[in-house]
Design a protein around this ligand. Sequence first.
Ligand code: SAM
Length: 277
Amino acid sequence: MTNYWWSEKIAPGYLHSYEVTPLYEERTPHQHLLILKNRFWGRFLVLDGVVQLTEGDEFIYHEMLVHVPLTVVSKEPQSVLIIGGGDGGSLREILRYPSIERVVQIEVDEAVFRACQKYLREISGDFDDPRVQLIFGDGASYVASEEVKSHPFDVVLVDCTDPVGPAKILFEEDFYRHVREALTPWGVMVQQASLPRTIPHVMPMAYRRTRRVFPQVGIYRAPVPTYGDEIAFVLASKLEVDLRRPQRQVSGRYYNPEVHQASFALPTWWQDLLKTP
Ligand code: SAM
């Protein structure tokens, strides 16, 4: 296959360009899916023109998405619901906890799962693990179901795309209310809240809406080079706990307890952005 230069438009006048070998392309019922390969970043997944993960820096995103909530939840985490995350990177990190007994994952787009299992298998957790149940469908409807309320989760992890298309509903206040009800009394929710520099409305919106629903909410950040800037995460807890302080020791390639604590220190312009109505 011939190489060519492919670009993601990060913002008007700002492109990230990669010399790529195309591996796979599909127009799924939900989005346009591309798997490309680059000499520096390795294989990567693109949805609707937006880089979702690369082999070279996915560990930063997945370790921060998973280990911050799983180390602050006050009881040993036994059950986790993943919404989205069809690539399996979040599952990989969750299965590192010996206390885990049940992981349910709901991904809206089966094609993402299939393509990632074929082309990005190395980064995925084991979906054949007997503790794991994979469902294809909309995470918002699932979290509102009676079935979920009768079997609540210690952690709900919203590993979704930005709030356009199928993920828009995952940033609504109603969705957060259903998540709260789907959590154990000590449960926590985490969600990626986009890139404050290039997509500035998402973080304050997620923060404002989660604060109406949860007694305690914090924002933390991680630098993921191929996203173009630091990404924000919103962490919401049903109990008032110190979100900056891990209750258990975990160390990854990026995550460690010092990084955990430091990631809650927000630049002044992020603090100002969070005050916007
Ligand atoms: N790492 C990425 C990022 O933040 O840039 C996110 C990972 S990507 C695999 C997110 C996944 O969320 C996609 O596979 C998409 O199909 C899925 N998704 C979007 N909306 C969803 C919904 N309503 N229910 C379940 N999954 C959804």
